[in-house]
Design a protein. Structure first.
Length: 83
């Protein structure tokens, strides 16, 4: 398969491996005949790690969004500690 590389080929042709990952999609490197790692472009990686929703929408969709939470802070002075 064109997107599979044996480890020794991947090492000796690393530049080609990177070029293919950038232009042809993820490349699988095998070790001892088994899938070991995937090399992918930075754009593909960023798509994978990008949150599916932003933080505000996350909290708005939380089961606690409709709860009446008391978020008031205490006005008491914190206790002193010895260092």
């Amino acid at each position: 398969m064109e997107n599979y590389w044996q480890l020794q080929d991947a090492k000796s042709r690393f530049s080609s491996l990177v070029d293919r990952a950038q232009h042809n999609g993820p490349q699988v490197v095998t070790k001892h005949g088994k899938d070991a790692v995937v090399v992918l472009s930075i754009d593909e990686y960023k798509k994978l790690i990008k949150p599916k929703t932003n933080l505000v929408k996350f909290f708005q969709s939380s089961p606690l969004a409709k709860e009446d939470l008391d978020l008031a802070r205490s006005k008491e002075v914190p206790r002193g500690i010895e260092l």
